[in-house]
Design a protein around this ligand. Structure first.
Ligand SMILES: [Zn+2]
Length: 179
């Protein structure tokens, strides 16, 4: 812009402007750009596509590894970010998270559901393969019993996603549930 020098010209027969770049022409036009800038200009291509484009068409481009691209990361996220949590635990089994995942494919052994239990304090998790959704409650009861037997503590609170909004429920001892 400063020198008003024409660096390159290209004729177009349609909506696109073809660029037949080679080592001698156009090099100056791209020598001051970085691979990050080309990543954005070319519509955020993947690493290998960008590297191939740079090596074939942009000979003098600063071919450094592209840095972190926030737009790419956000664009690949199918969900919004989780709401920040202010749950604080000071010991294991004060808060336990549960989630039941339905597999689109039944396993060779006939498991179609996977119950994941995660302790908030330790982040230790247990995964139970289930054949039926109705196996969830008995499996959880066995898990509570296991925690009581092995660690001599009762789970205080459970957080689960009831097919929608998540909620924290005080844990009802299994003797009450079973009774
Ligand atoms: Zn990107």
């Amino acid at each position: 812009l400063r020198t008003q020098t024409v660096l390159m010209t290209s004729s177009s027969s349609g909506d696109l402007y073809p660029f037949f770049g080679n080592k001698s022409t156009g090099g100056r036009a791209f020598s001051i750009t970085t691979s990050d800038l080309w990543h954005r200009r070319l519509g955020h291509p993947g690493k290998s596509s960008l590297a191939s484009t740079i090596s074939n068409f942009l000979p003098d481009c600063n071919n450094s590894a592209p840095s972190f691209c926030e737009a790419c990361h956000l664009g690949r996220q199918p969900r919004l970010a989780f709401a920040s949590s202010n749950n604080v635990t000071t010991a294991p089994f004060q808060l336990v998270h549960c989630d039941l995942w339905t597999s689109p494919v039944t396993s060779f052994s006939g498991f179609a559901y996977y119950l994941v239990v995660l302790d908030h304090y330790t982040h230790y998790s247990w995964t139970f393969p289930l054949r039926a959704k109705s196996d969830t409650s008995p499996t959880l009861l066995r898990f509570f019993q296991y925690i009581l037997t092995q660690f001599h503590v009762l789970i205080k609170c459970m957080q689960y996603d009831n097919g929608g909004s998540s909620s924290i429920q005080p844990f009802v001892p299994f003797s009450l549930i079973m009774g």
